[in-house]
Design a protein around this ligand. Sequence first.
Ligand code: WT7
Length: 650
Amino acid sequence: MTSHTTSSNIDNVLHETRVIEPPAQFAAAANLSREDYERLYRQSLDDPDTFWAEVAGELTWMQPWTQVLDWQEPHVKWFVGGQTNIAYNALDRQVALGRGDKRAFIWEGEDGEVRTFTYAELLREVKRAANMLISLGVQSGDRVTLYLPLIPEAAIAMLACARIGAVHSVVFGGFSVSALSDRLNDAQSKLLITADAGYRKGALVPLKANADAAAQNVPSLEHMLVVCRADCDAAMQPGRDVWWHDALAAASDGHQAASLDSEHPLFILYTSGSTGKPKGVLHTTGGYMVAASMTMQTAFDLKEDDVFWCTADVGWVTGHSYTVYGPLLRGATAVMYEGAPNHPDWGRFWQIVEKHKVSILYTAPTAIRSFMRQGDGYPNRSDLSSLRLLGSVGEPINPEAWMWYFRVIGGERCPVIDTWWQTETGTIMLTTLPGAFPGKPGSAGLPMFGVEPAIVTREGTELGPDEGGYLIIKRPWPSMLRTVYGDDERYRKTYWGEIPHVYFAGDGARRDADGYITVVGRVDDVLNVSGHRLGTMEIESVLVAHPSVSEAAVVGRPDDLKGEGVVAFVTPQSGYVLDPAAIRAHITREIGALARPDAIVVADALPKTRSGKIMRRFLRQIAAGKEIQGDTSTLEDPSVLERLQAADLL
Ligand code: WT7
């Protein structure tokens, strides 16, 4: 496969006309037909109470709700008055339904180690872990931060928190000391669960050392639980630190799941926004559980004998909803893989598919593009015949990558679903039900049940077919975020205040005559790098904190592999020489490697208006190597642009 330019990708997205019908065999056995979708979708909008009551009724409630929805914009309650427990529904309920001996998780370590848990085994572990948390003083409503590799203990810890009503906040293991410290403080976590180390491409990531450094200025923190993933060689602080395996062995495996209010907080997950500080997106119990279960069943056409592999780490929302909660809520067998897709080589994913007979694979376009670049040889070396459905998530998928995924990985037998959603939406919002509708490469597709999207102007006027505008959602849905933790005003402004009375997604999109929505990308100062969200302001504020940097502006530029790359324009502090290596190390230290600039441009000045506003539009054009377009007359000094264009990308 030769590499292709992004401009041709954009061109393809704009002019893509291919329509791929669901493979006949798949369609014949699908859970839902086109007629089912149309009927249920109508019902979900016209009579939401009946629709959601039926869906929620498939799960166990310790106390039934009295009202399906209570909407006091911008605050919502779902299944009002109901009491339930998501961990109970994920585990105890499956055992009660006779799935005790069915495999819940198949975990594969980067080093090839495999651990499996049946539903009964996982339940026992989670009960033990729940008692362990209680013995460390964790109570319902307390926040617990997880900073772990993708190991079974991560899922066990999440489920144990949910079981006792503690609120988990998972921080991706690739995040830095200060990112972890900020999140611990924002959530005022009492407990941090980490590991001695994690594996990444054969090397050890020093999680415990990072955790120690991060914990130095977190007054709320009482204990640290440490999982031994590598060699158990970690400095333990007496009184504060406890080994997971010691505490777990001491804990009883008798525990009854807490009966929690439907709106009891379930988790906080931090994500980047257009202003400096990451937002703690808060999700609650009942609505999230119902939507995770429903989308798992419908979007993925789940069957009892499926082996479902979502490749996302639990540090991201995809890992919450489709690596852990979704599959377990439906009693599926889920695969978890700890490591990198190219360790020891680019055939690893395909070996995992063959070895564990994965039938549904859910991964990100950035991974698909990387695989595609390595050619067909790696996938062709493995038997991929167990696969029956493929999913994509995290960023727009270019039609070339879509077709490659369909042809080479799916053997033209497996539908491809492109799923659009966000940390804030909790679960899948747009996709095409795989057996019911054709796929259009590059287009996410139709709304899920209960989701009422529209494409509008900045003023909120609805646009017609094929007109580009802002993607909004016109009514609340069960798994939507409830607030920004500790900052309800930010919640109100960001999501319900940009365009009055609708949810503002922050994405640009358009809808075709068939109703398929194509999401083209963010419209705010948020970048999507390899499917991960990064706020440009967040990176800028870290840059200007470096002694050698005076001013900084960060923009994205199209990147064939990562979707978007980070370009930082920096001006030096007088008396300093800017060292790109030092700048990159600084970003890695302060945020994490995923925010490291792909290119740095050192400049004597940035393009500003007379009132001092940086014109990022021009910086984006320069970063992409394009001609300057647009009115430069408002710039205080237009010659800055020429100097920036002539500058080296370092
Ligand atoms: C942003 C949300 C959904 C879990 C992973 C990312 C972009 C996500 C798609 C898609 C086009 C997509 C959007 C969105 N995005 N999926 N299928 N097609 N764009 O969650 O980190 O909260 O990022 O990812 O821009 O707003 P997230």
